[in-house]
Design a protein around this ligand. Structure first.
Ligand code: AMP
Ligand code: MG
Length: 346
């Protein structure tokens, strides 16, 4: 397949009108959002949605999120709109919050992987909204990576995975949030199935106590079923080992320095994901600064790009654990999964 590339920033005809027609005709479009790049298809067309699974190599039992351009567009997709959802939509839409509730009959089973619930989000990104409006239908879209790889947040990473697999790619520059949306189930007690840019603390300020699914920070037990099917798969894995060090910043850095030296003696090429606060501990070693520990959103913004950038020629990534609070919960969720839960403690 020949993929057409548009640039949403520099081109006057930024491609959303054309790409909207491609979606309506049953094609696949990669588009930027504030979280990560998405691979979209007509969310009301089961056959079009199946092409997403094929292009990504995504397991068929992992449901997709429907993206809408205005709040009222959720109405036909859910059986009804619960009061709690209205409060959340007013506060956090448009934005990186996905809400799960009981699906209506118009949502194809290909979107929900046979579940009786459907996930819906209204993104904030101008290009995403323009595309959904142009398409005139909800757009089903997972992240635009091959299944198992880190989600793309930069055009070059989209091209690595999706050139030749999608009909259109729209370049919108780097994604600002950098990790996928927060997924909140509203069936039963409100539960975060996947943490993201809208934090537990932000949600609790609006609706009171919010649970966090066990699978967010822990590997699934052998006989456990995931509330969110996506949680059972290895995710965000670069082509190298990822090792997480726990403890205070100083203790984590000590573990990393020891293990880095050991790995180097074994002939391995290593890189450290340092932070503004800890970079001084790693003098003479190869490191990149991921962000600021006091502003965990900065860690989220660069994680996926760093996992991809450093996988070429790198055998081993060492990263510090940070407190699982605010956006630190999303950062630790992605980092632990990228590492396959390989954690060192002193
Ligand atoms: P992605 O499309 O890659 O952003 O992944 C979407 C995430 O939302 C996956 O972890 C899915 O398993 C989860 N998800 C989507 N729809 C549902 C649903 N109806 N119930 C539970 N989890 C869902
Ligand atoms: Mg994904």
């Amino acid at each position: 397949m020949q993929t057409e590339l548009f640039n949403a920033k520099t081109q006057k005809e930024n491609g959303t009108g054309y790409a909207g027609r491609v979606i309506r005709a049953g094609g696949l479009v990669v588009f930027p959002t504030e979280t990560v790049y998405g691979l979209g298809a007509n969310g009301l067309d089961g056959e079009a949605v199946l092409k997403i699974f094929e292009a990504k190599g995504r397991p068929a039992d992992n449901p997709l999120i429907l993206h809408i351009a205005k709040k009222s567009d959720v109405k036909p997709l859910w059986r009804h709109v619960p009061e709690i959802a209205k409060r959340l939509m007013d506060e956090f839409w448009p934005g990186p919050l996905t809400l799960i509730y009981l699906k209506s009959d118009i949502v194809p089973e290909e979107v929900t992987a046979g579940l009786d619930t459907v996930a819906v989000r209204m993104p904030e990104h101008r290009t995403a909204l323009a595309l959904i409006r142009a398409a005139g239908v909800p757009i089903a879209a997972p992240s635009a990576n091959l299944s198992g790889k880190p989600s793309p947040t930069r055009l070059e990473h989209v091209l690595e995975d999706m050139d030749g697999r999608a009909d259109v790619i729209i370049d919108g520059g780097p994604c600002s949030v950098g990790v996928e949306s927060t997924v909140l189930s509203l069936v039963g007690a409100p539960t975060i199935l996947r943490p993201g840019g809208v934090t537990r603390e932000m949600l609790e300020a609006v609706i009171g106590p919010v649970r966090v699914a066990n699978a967010v920070l822990n590997p699934l037990g052998e006989h456990e079923t995931a509330a969110s099917p996506g949680m059972k798969y290895r995710h965000y894995a670069p082509d190298c080992e990822v090792i997480v060090a726990e403890g205070s910043p100083r203790a984590a850095a000590a573990i990393i320095n020891r293990e880095y030296s050991r790995a180097e003696r074994e002939g391995k090429n290593c890189v450290i994901f340092a932070t503004e606060q800890t970079k001084g501990y790693y003098k003479g070693k190869k490191y990149v600064i991921i962000g600021d520990r006091d502003m965990p959103g900065t860690l989220c913004a660069s994680l996926f790009a760093a996992l991809r950038d450093d996988s070429g020629g790198v055998d081993c990534i060492f990263a510090e654990a940070v407190p699982a609070e605010k956006q630190g919960l999303a950062y630790m969720n992605r980092l632990l999964r990228a590492s396959g839960f390989t954690v060192l403690r002193s």
